[in-house]
Design a protein around this ligand. Structure first.
Ligand code: AMP
Length: 214
């Protein structure tokens, strides 16, 4: 099974993808995570991508499509993938078709999380994660049970993404509206798109996704 999760930044794609990894053994392929890892490691791709990411703009199609191809090659043929944050442009959607076909895979579902952009700004600018295990938290909606201590691993260090500030978030949303939303019709023509209310509670969103894919 190969699934694309679509939606603007902060729509909950990462959270829902993680849940599908746990419940279905799928592999989460997040180009944002791959690029952040490349930035941290100081690879040539990371050096090239950093300024673009900090500004909330899109990294070049060739770079992200190459990352996706490499990740798929590293997976077993029987394992399904959840594409999270990819494709983000029509050119990437075309590349993905070719990348999947070359590996004998096909897309089963494209799930779009519909959201309210103003609410998303609050969601994104308040989010942070445990620096050790990656568990997600939020200043308003989900603080650690014991202040300063991770509920999951007991770690005491937390981090925020440098591009989770309001100005960059607004740019990232504008990029989504201008370049990513227009790829939906490509998949609608194939009859594989489902829309879900991404503002619903997380568990409700998960249940809606499960209903679509099972
Ligand atoms: P994300 O974690 O998906 O919000 O991605 C963070 C940033 O990484 C984006 O704002 C872009 O700068 C870059 N990025 C991630 N995925 C892509 C992609 N598929 N195409 C272009 N840029 C991307």
């Amino acid at each position: 099974m190969n699934i694309i999760l679509l939606g603007p930044p902060g729509a909950g794609k990462g959270t829902q993808a993680q849940r599908l990894v746990d419940s279905h053994g799928l592999k989460q392929l997040s180009t944002g995570d791959m690029l952040r890892a490349a930035v941290l490691a100081g690879t040539p791709v990371g050096l090239q991508a950093k300024a673009v990411m900090d500004a909330g703009q899109l990294v070049s199609d060739d770079i992200v499509s190459a990352l996706i191809g490499d990740e798929l090659d590293a997976m077993g043929p029987g394992q399904g993938a959840i594409f999270d944050g990819y494709p983000r442009t029509a050119a990437q959607a075309e590349s993905l078709d070719a990348i999947l076909a070359a590996r004998g895979r096909k897309l089963d579902h494209v799930i779009e999380l519909d959201v309210d952009e103003d609410a998303l700004v609050e969601r994104i600018t308040g989010r942070f994660t445990c620096a050790h295990c990656g568990k997600g938290y939020h200043d308003t909606f989900e603080r650690p049970l014991v202040e300063g201590t991770c509920d999951k691993c007991g770690g005491h260090e937390f981090k925020r993404r440098p591009d989770d500030n309001e100005q960059t978030v607004r740019t990232r949303m504008a990029e989504y509206r201008a370049k990513t939303a227009p790829i939906l019709p490509i998949y609608e023509a194939q009859g594989i798109v489902a829309h879900i209310d991404g503002m619903a509670p997380m568990d409700t969103v998960t249940a809606a996704i499960e209903a679509i894919i099972t």
